[in-house]
Ligand binder design. Structure first.
Ligand SMILES: [Zn+2]
Length: 507
């Protein structure tokens, strides 16, 4: 064969491969094949949640899980995998042992879980129960209870709402709900500017401080509260005393709604139950536990590789379950999305970066520190690095299938996602809604005028069973849904990477 024809054959094969290998429909087929036939997301999630367990911000367990996921990302061939520190003064805390039981007038084991950041008891302690319905008016509480709480166990808060046995446990979005979201003309939910929001949490989150200090100073042994959740579910989120400078509250538990109900009904019958409990916890200060985990597929187009498609999910969890639905599944969906793109040999034009944030459950601490380090202080104009971020995509609404996206008041982004979603099967009844959704890390990036979005997901049993509870475990993660979500994310970031131009900003 002559040299010339060898060259022209290579050239021809090259052109053919590029046009076939990189055609969007071909990429879609490859993403689907890799994401559905070779999915690794459930295997990764199983090891991650069952072996590593809860990932409370500041804890050693958080760091162990962070090490696991960063090694996993490196093993999958992701690039630039590293930790970035946040919150040097967030402390660590853990439970070593506890037990709560009613011992009079008869025996009942109480289904309980300690709130985070609370102190140990002095061995096993026991005391009669006193019920304080509300601490909103602390003057009244002091007047009524001063001198009456020594050696007592305090039940606090209203009786949880009685759940009906016929209430559905799990639900999916109806066609009408999605249509209503889609047809909304303006966002109804008001988004509080981030600095104000963070400021308000500094006081709102510790609204029980005076109450906890008062009952402890009066000699109370412990506090028990509950929450209206479904059938026996424990919801021990809070307390928010996560910094080294914060108080260490007295032993404080959430107990299951039915047990709380029985204890206060007994008091109504003029019977005073006696409770025995013990709790051993530990505090430590190990700032090395406080890391965001970053990894990427680095862009390859000389002009576009400095531009970034950023995906994020919070990696921390509350401590009673294993954080499978909040937010382990979504963290690993993002890793799986990049795994899929890497496995099919896709070389992105723009850089596809994933950020797994700590401290979201406290006050977006991890994502805010990342943003301040990269994009400037909250009260300054966003810097040039922020202008290189085309979009931020967040996942944090449980483990249900994606059903659309909140445009977060960015009408200019609608055509972008319309085009991307059009190619995804089943997306005909998804919602692209102008609505703002709140309370997770996309708000951080929105503050910097980065187009920032959170996906709409099927609610399933997130709101009444798994969110922040002891039932936030692998059993409630539908494998098919997280496989789909990884395929959706892979396709979305692929499309944003290939797009002409960046996602339009709203201001
Ligand atoms: Zn969450």
């Amino acid at each position: 064969m002559k040299l010339k024809s060898v060259f022209s054959s290579i050239l021809f094969i090259g052109i053919l491969f590029n046009s076939l290998g990189q055609a969007p429909e071909d990429i879609m087929a490859k993403i689907r094949a890799e994401g559905f036939q070779n999915s690794q997301v459930m295997d990764m999630l199983g090891e991650f949640t069952d072996v590593y367990g809860q990932r409370l911000t500041g804890s050693r367990e958080y760091l162990a899980a962070a090490n696991w996921v960063s090694n996993k990302m490196k093993g999958l061939g992701l690039q630039n995998v590293h930790f970035e520190k946040y919150c040097p003064d967030c402390r660590g805390w853990g439970i070593k042992s506890f037990n709560v039981e009613m011992i009079a007038p008869n025996y009942m084991h109480i289904n309980a879980y300690p709130l985070a950041m609370v102190k140990s008891t002095d061995g096993a302690v026991e005391g009669e129960v006193v019920y304080i319905r509300s601490f909103r008016n602390m003057d009244q509480v002091r007047e009524k209870y001063a001198g009456n709480l020594n050696g007592k166990i305090i039940l606090v808060g209203r009786a949880p709402r009685q759940r009906s046995l016929t209430d559905p446990v799990s639900r999916t979005l109806t066609k009408k709900e999605l249509e209503d979201k889609e047809s909304q003309l303006i966002a109804e939910r008001v988004q509080t500017p981030l600095p104000e929001l963070l400021k308000s949490w500094e006081t709102d989150d510790i609204a029980d401080q005076d109450f906890l200090k008062f009952v402890e100073s009066e000699g109370a042994l412990a506090v028990l509260k509950s929450r209206s959740m479904l059938l026996g579910t424990l919801h021990p989120d809070g307390t928010y005393y996560y910094k080294t400078s914060h108080m260490q509250p007295l032993p404080y538990f959430t107990i299951m709604p039915e047990h709380f109900g029985r204890l206060i009904r007994m008091l109504d019958q003029n019977v005073t139950p006696k409770v025995r409990l013990n709790l051993e916890t530990e505090f430590y200060h190990e700032p090395e536990n406080n890391v965001n985990i970053i990894g990427e597929l680095t862009g390859t187009d000389p002009k576009l590789k400095s531009e970034v498609i950023l995906m994020g999910a919070h990696f921390d969890s509350w401590h009673a379950g294993t954080g499978a639905t909040d937010n382990g599944a979504n963290s690993l969906v993002l890793v799986e999305a990049l795994r899929i793109l890497k496995a099919i040999g896709y070389t992105p034009k723009r850089t596809l970066r994933v950020g797994l944030w700590g401290g979201e459950e406290q006050a977006f601490i991890g994502s805010v520190d990342y943003a301040r380090d990269h994009f400037g202080e909250l009260d300054q104009r966003p810097n040039n690095e922020s202008k290189k971020v085309s979009a931020y995509l967040n996942l944090d609404n449980g483990a249900g299938a994606v059903r659309g996206i909140y445009l977060q008041n960015n009408e200019f982004a609608r055509p972008v996602f319309e085009k991307i979603f059009k190619s995804l099967p089943g997306s005909e009844d998804w919602a692209l809604t102008i609505e703002n959704t709140l309370s997770t890390d996309h708000e951080t990036f929105d503050h910097y005028n980065i187009p920032a979005f959170q996906f709409i997901q099927e609610p399933l049993a997130y709101g009444n069973v798994t969110h922040h509870t002891q039932l936030d475990v692998l059993e409630y993660v539908p494998e098919a849904d997280i496989m789909k979500n990884a395929v959706i994310l892979a396709w979305t970031v692929y499309s944003l990477s290939e797009m002409n131009g960046m996602v339009p900003r709203k201001k």
